[in-house]
Design a protein around this ligand. Structure first.
Ligand code: SME
Length: 138
């Protein structure tokens, strides 16, 4: 419907803005819980196309955040056992959950081609962005 289309359009604009303004944000996208299923589905994103449009809870960095409800900062993806590789150029990843009414409904996922680029400032900034998105979805 029209309302959902406009939310997706706004989420895509957020992806574009983050990817273009921050040089070490190379893939920026959203995953959302698929209704009552224990899986994530890919939402709006910018960057290389990914085969991983559905991710079961617990799988990869994203699937772990769906279960832990915690930020996950990965300075070196090659050191992770439970990791889903989307592109060989990716060196690091950050995933921040999005809460609506205290419920983890999805997340922002950012890949970087730079090793160990993410700081506490990225976490705080992306938490702020996720908070804004939460009020937009509410
Ligand atoms: N690397 C993620 C999968 C999603 S891609 O980064 C777009 C993970 O391990 O969950």
């Amino acid at each position: 419907n029209q309302l959902e289309a406009s939310v997706d359009e706004r989420l895509l604009q957020i992806c574009k803005l983050l990817e273009s303004e921050i040089d070490y944000y190379n893939w920026v996208g959203f995953y959302f819980r698929n209704g009552d299923k224990e899986e994530l589905v890919l939402g709006p994103y910018v960057g290389e196309a990914t085969d991983h449009t559905t991710i079961p809870f617990g799988k990869g960095i994203c699937g772990q955040v769906a279960v832990s409800n915690q930020n996950f900062v990965v300075p070196d993806v090659s050191a992770q056992d439970n990791y889903i590789a989307c592109s060989i150029t990716v060196k690091a990843e950050i995933v921040i959950p999005i809460f609506v009414n205290g419920e983890n409904i999805g997340q922002i996922d950012i890949d970087s081609n730079t090793p160990n680029p993410f700081t506490k400032d990225d976490e705080r900034f992306l938490e702020f962005v996720c908070g804004k998105i939460s009020s937009m979805l509410f």
